[in-house]
Design a protein. Structure first.
Ligand SMILES: Cc1cc2nc3c(=O)[nH]c(=O)nc-3n(C[C@H](O)[C@H](O)[C@H](O)COP(=O)(O)OP(=O)(O)OC[C@H]3O[C@@H](n4cnc5c(N)ncnc54)[C@H](O)[C@@H]3O)c2cc1C
Length: 592
């Protein structure tokens, strides 16, 4: 029996080894081979549409223009292509801080992040074809209609009701076979969530198991969905590894973007600059941090701020970079008293788990570990709860991508040293945070990072809302449905919060004081990588996303969201890009 098992194990290991090598080679080849790249020897560099940034919005928009327009389209992207790691769902966090991550850090936070080094949050952003859609956790969200309906009431924005947006959301959603939904029977945790939905049916909450942009166990992002099918089209060219450094405007009386200045570094890190003319439209899809950065670096923004940095003012547009918003997450570790259902280092590396993934794309490598969500949309405290089914969290890996101080990390995950720990992380957040931050400049050049201040928890409403979220998370975890897991919530013991708790009774009753929960969130809360609002509809762009005062520039990315999306924003951003494409194509038809 022993020999037989050993033999089987060896064969399994060889198969897995060969398969991994093959996967590596295929992905590596794919990585280096970006087709249709623009040759810069050409003297006349002019395109009808110039798109900056190949992320969620840029890839989607490019695909529709390349497919439906006969005009020339250039897609410029600062990064190259993503490696094979980006396709393997569970390993996606290993990309953070690597070459495909801009690895921004926030400015020190005044109202939060006290358990983080220098009170600064890590702000990962994808760099390369696919942008943040290739770095993200792949969770799909269908959208929440009232979000859009509120834009008119709260921000006087017309034409963006749910009726206007919904058809684009449907079009942006991947096909059924390109989505992976966590099955009810995935684990005892997913089962408990389903049962809790029945038990708490009297609450006005929605329970759903996670749906991922994953096909056959591999990430299926906007790249596979939109960009790759058109990548060889004759009217399209790509310019990877190229940073757009400045937008040049034509006349001061009726300013238009005439060209962009692009910098490309050679293998000796020496930069060459090129000017590319814009014949029709310049489309900024550089994301919520870098679209405003590029505008500011081009002299488009608030006069006072531009003068402070020493930049000539080309066009006064005071709200560029203002209104930045993001969700803010409070994680809590829950250990469980049974063996088997959750992810830890030991279960992860079991040969059967590896075999299942390589054989059929299933098992824990085939998704990111988030099994489900609970959302309550009722005002004034709409909240979200996310269930991440991991029991043992690797200290070095998580500290590096979260910037936690060691003491805060260990208070949060007291069982961090046990590689076979069973448990899950319950993450509470406010779906409509009211804190607003900003993107500004310290340096004139795009080669230096922008100053990003998410200003988390600056608005007291967010504290109350997050407390409500945590208390609702406790209700779910302490429901009878969860009792078979024998859960134990680990209220972090932080020295700085010791006056407020956790006290002995908090572990029994799970009703810690509001003061303790506030102290906790101001120490261990983490941004959720959903930035938006920094070139918002109304303030910076009109209802067709055209920059106020510069008619041939549109901002088409997360920057335009006037309020947060009540869930994961990626599909909404792809839908916005589809809508922008429809206006651009329509105006082409009208004008030609
Ligand atoms: C770690 C992480 C996890 C996330 N998880 C989820 C999730 O599970 N579900 C979900 O719905 N959302 C998730 N998100 C959020 C979602 O991915 C983003 O909101 C979305 O991708 C933003 O799209 P975008 O087009 O606005 O920007 P991006 O996708 O970031 O694209 C911007 C692109 O522009 C390029 N660029 C920037 N400046 C320049 C320049 N000057 N010149 C040339 N190119 C430039 C960048 O390299 C990048 O490729 C996550 C995000 C992160 C970072």
């Amino acid at each position: 029996m022993g020999m037989h098992f050993q033999k089987l194990f060896c064969v399994g290991a060889i198969v897995i080894g060969c398969f991994s090598a093959l996967l590596f080679i295929v992905c590596k080849l794919h990585e280096e081979n970006i087709p249709n790249v623009l040759k810069l020897e050409r003297i006349e560099l002019a395109f009808d549409y110039v798109i900056v940034g190949a992320g969620t919005a840029g890839s989607t928009l490019t695909s529709l223009l390349a497919k439906h327009s006969n005009k020339s389209v250039l897609l410029i992207e600062a990064g190259g292509s993503f490696g094979y790691l980006s396709r393997i769902p569970l390993l996606t966090t290993f990309q953070q801080k690597g070459i495909n991550d801009w690895s921004f850090l926030s400015v020190p936070q005044k109202h939060s992040s006290k358990g983080l080094l220098e009170q600064r949050q890590c702000l990962p952003r994808g760099k390369g074809l696919g942008g943040s859609a290739n770095l993200n956790y792949m969770l799909h969200f269908d959208g929440h209609g009232p979000d859009f309906d509120s834009w008119h009431k709260l921000h006087n924005i017309s034409d963006w009701s749910w009726t206007d947006v919904k058809p684009f959301m449907i079009a942006a959603k991947s096909k059924k076979e390109e989505l992976f939904e966590i099955p009810r029977t995935y684990s005892l945790l997913s089962e408990a969530l389903d049962e809790a939905a029945m038990e708490l049916i009297h609450e006005p909450w929605q329970f759903r198991r996670s749906v991922y942009n994953i096909k056959n166990g591999l990430r299926h992002s906007v790249l596979q969905q939109f960009l790759f099918p058109v990548i060889n089209n004759a009217n399209l060219r790509l310019l990877p590894q190229a940073l757009v450094k400045r937008i040049k405007l034509s006349s001061a009386s009726n300013p238009k973007a005439s060209s962009v200045l692009v910098g490309i570094k050679d293998e000796h890190n020496k930069e060459r600059e090129f000017t590319i003319k814009v014949r029709r439209e310049l489309l900024l899809c550089a994301g919520a941090y870098q679209s405003p950065q590029l505008l500011l670096a081009s002299g488009i923004g608030d006069t006072k701020m531009l003068k402070q940095v020493g930049l000539p003012v080309e066009h006064h547009l005071p709200l560029v970079g203002q209104g930045l918003h993001d969700h803010f997450n409070v994680p809590l570790f829950v250990s469980i008293g049974i063996i088997g259902p959750t992810l830890n280092q030991r279960s992860l590396l079991s040969p059967i788990n590896l075999f299942n993934y390589l054989n059929s794309g299933t098992g824990s490598f085939g998704n990111f570990g988030v099994l489900g969500h609970v959302a309550g949309y009722e005002e004034p405290t709409p909240f979200g709860i996310t269930f991440f089914g991991a029991g043992a969290i690797d200290e070095t890996a998580l500290m590096s991508i979260s910037n936690f101080k060691r003491s805060a990390f260990r208070a949060l995950f007291p069982r961090y040293h046990n590689a076979s720990q069973e448990g899950f992380v319950v993450i509470s957040s406010c779906l409509q945070p009211r804190s607003r931050g900003s993107v500004s400049l310290l340096h004139k050049t795009m080669r230096r990072n922008p100053l990003i201040d998410p200003n988390y928890l600056s608005n007291d409403h967010d504290v109350a809302c997050t407390i409500a979220a945590i208390r609702n998370a406790v209700k779910v975890v302490t429901s009878s449905a969860f009792s078979k897991l024998r859960p134990h919530i680990h209220w972090p013991k932080l020295q700085e919060c010791a006056n407020f708790g956790p006290f002995k009774r908090d572990f029994l009753e799970h009703q810690p004081s509001d003061n303790y929960l506030e102290c906790l969130m101001r120490h261990i809360g983490l941004g959720s990588h959903h930035p938006g609002g920094s070139c918002a509809l109304g303030g910076v762009v009109d209802s067709q996303l055209r920059l106020h005062g510069i008619s041939n520039v549109r901002v088409v990315d997360a920057s335009v969201l006037p309020r947060p999306i009540s869930g994961n924003p990626n599909t909404v951003i792809a839908a916005i890009a589809m809508r922008a494409a429809s206006w651009i194509l329509k105006s082409e038809l009208q004008n030609d």
